[in-house]
Design a protein around this ligand. Structure first.
Ligand code: ZN
Length: 162
């Protein structure tokens, strides 16, 4: 019989407040913001110390990612409908409908995503955590899942098998 354990971490400190708008062909939301919440689920075997993984490692990594996103405008760098120009001090965006935005670069976070949806943000956070947590591999973790909630009870999840 093969068994697996799962740990789930969701803390008050796993949060970021950010502005964004979703844009895709023929549609653009107005600029608005959310108080995002992040949660992390990790599945794997229990080590000989009785843990799947040290909660402290997850907490540190999740807080760091949240801090990078906090109080920023989320720029979806791979958008197929927004023309984005990153200068020394400004990020300029021209949308399909002709709308123009310019934000200070320091107020933005440039993300390698197509849309700043909760789904794609969850994928972004998940990949970041995988990158900064070699301990996942060391502990033979089999799956990593990240939830990003835009509002209470409105959450997207992204999961990778490791
Ligand atoms: Zn939104």
């Amino acid at each position: 019989m093969k068994s697996r354990y799962e740990v789930f971490v969701s803390r008050d400190s796993f949060k970021f407040n950010a502005a964004h708008f979703i844009a895709y062909k023929g549609f653009r939301e107005r600029l608005h913001g959310h108080n995002y919440r992040v949660s992390v689920r990790i599945e794997g075997p229990v080590g000989n110390d009785g843990y799947v993984i040290d909660f402290g490692d997850i907490k540190r990594a999740a807080r760091d990612v949240c801090n990078r996103l906090n109080e920023r405008f989320l720029v979806p760098m791979r958008s197929d409908v927004i023309t984005i120009e990153v200068g020394d001090a400004q990020v300029k965006m021209v949308c399909e409908d002709g709308t123009r935005f310019a934000f200070p670069l320091a107020d933005c976070v440039l993300l390698d995503i197509v849309h700043s949806s909760a789904e794609e943000l969850a994928a972004f956070v998940c990949m970041q955590l995988r990158e900064v947590l070699p301990v996942l591999h060391e502990r033979c973790v089999v799956a990593l899942e990240v939830g990003v909630a835009e509002a209470p009870n409105q959450e997207a999840r992204y999961r990778i098998d490791l």
